[in-house]
Design a binder for this molecule. Structure first.
Ligand code: COA
Length: 385
């Protein structure tokens, strides 16, 4: 009998050359490039193409991809009509999953997915990836207005991905500093080896489901608070704590009741998540940009991280990517229940890179189980039970 490992801890689910992490040194690379360098020098558009194609693009390649993304931002009005019938109180990730799945009905033509173990039509794979990455931001921002009873802002072609995302939320010309921070955050969230949502994408992709359903499966998986949903919980938790001086008593009480501290801990990292380090630095830059004018939330977060270090570091539990991202998005005026949707926008690039890799050498996922139920027995008619 094979050994059962809960949560598949340490079990390789695939072979991949997209990203790699060193959980003891706190290093994450996309296609061999450290994310700290990408966050500093790249753009979300360039990083997406790097993830999809495997190499840094030339000027011409990047320009072509960027134009494709800009031309694919518009979402059919039918999707907006669907949104109008969804309850405004529903979670944005549920809307996002619905909207992305529905897109598949408009963009069929998945012949390359119907047979064999390989999809050789790279044009199809690339075009679908562009369609999805470009529309993710539009859908998320559209919902913000539709759920409040307004018409959404149309995407603006002259803006880059991060700028357009901020514009579509606020309707105002984006502050270049904020747009650069959003761009860096999108880069940091774009990919992260075989996490739960990427695994869901791989499983769906291995059945040759359409890319829209592959991404819908991943969106549903990212939504949970143990995964991408944690960034919303972090901000709610910091609001509950209120001020840095409340941290110690609050933490003692939570740990005594065995509660989870949102934004802390990671299966793979036994040191601080490198993405959290970069996001924290971006928060400091933002504070400087604002002349030190920030509410108490960031300081409360810093105090909480310090207090957690004392209590949780012995278990290898440190701040993860979700610890600072929510505070950053809040400062950008994005409502907390949309934080995970912003994560999903970025991660669509990584999911699609894995989908493409899976199709390159596909075999359907069909694991086994350790059966713990009844042994074979005779059916008992209802009158005799
Ligand atoms: N708060 C308090 N304790 C935590 C913790 C947290 N956020 N994360 C892990 N721990 C503790 C567990 O209680 C456990 O302690 P024990 O051995 O005394 O029972 C130990 O650390 C190992 O935790 P475990 O749940 O087995 O780790 P995992 O690899 O299965 O789970 C996470 C990883 C990410 C799901 C987990 O750390 C977590 O729930 N974090 C909070 C949610 C979050 O921020 N998710 C975003 C991840 S990017």
């Amino acid at each position: 009998m094979s050994e059962y490992l809960p949560g598949l801890e340490g079990v390789p689910a695939t072979q991949s050359n997209i990203s790699d992490l060193d959980g003891t040194r706190g290093i994450l690379t996309y296609r061999g490039y450290r994310i700290v360098d990408l966050a500093l020098h790249s753009t979300f558009e360039e990083t997406s193409l790097l993830l999809l194609d495997g190499h840094l693009p030339t000027y011409a390649q990047l320009e072509e991809f960027d134009q494709q993304l800009r031309s694919n931002r518009i979402v059919k009005y039918n999707v907006r009509e669907i949104m109008k019938y969804l309850p405004a109180t529903g979670h944005p990730m549920e809307m996002l999953q619905t909207a992305v799945a529905s897109l598949g009905m408009f963009y069929q033509g998945d012949e390359c997915l119907t047979g064999g173990s390989q999809c050789s039509d790279l044009n199809y794979v690339h075009n679908m990836s562009v369609k999805i990455i470009a529309r993710m931001a539009t859908i998320v921002a559209m919902w913000e207005h539709v759920r409040n009873g307004y018409d959404p802002y149309a995407p603006r072609k002259e803006l880059n991905y991060a700028e357009n995302l901020l514009y579509m939320f606020s309707g105002e010309d984006p502050d270049p500093f904020m747009a650069r921070i959003m761009d860096a955050s999108l880069i940091l969230h774009a990919e992260h080896t075989i996490n739960a949502s990427t695994f869901a994408a791989l499983v769906a992709g291995s059945t040759l489901a359409s890319p829209f359903l592959v991404i819908a499966a991943a969106i549903g998986t990212l939504a949970g608070p143990l995964h991408g949903g944690a960034n919303q919980r972090v901000v709610e938790m910091l609001e509950e704590i209120g001020r840095p001086e409340n941290v110690k008593a609050w933490l003692d009480e939570k740990l005594a009741s065995k509660a989870r501290i949102w934004g802390m801990g990671h299966r793979e990292y036994k040191v601080k998540d490198p993405r959290a380090t970069i996001l924290q630095k971006l928060m400091h830059e933002l504070m400087e940009h604002r002349g030190g004018n920030m509410g108490p939330m960031f300081e409360t977060a810093l105090a909480l991280e310090e207090a957690c270090e004392e209590k949780l570091a012995p278990k290898g539990v440190y701040a993860n990517v979700d610890f600072y991202s929510g505070i950053l998005y809040k400062e950008m005026g994005i409502p907390p229940d949309q934080f995970t949707s912003i994560f999903a926008i970025a991660r669509s690039a990584g999911w699609l890179a894995h989908w493409r890799e899976q199709l390159g050498d596909n075999r359907i996922f069909r694991p086994t189980q350790v059966y713990t139920g009844q042994s074979e027995r005779d059916y008992v008619p209802i009158s005799e039970r």
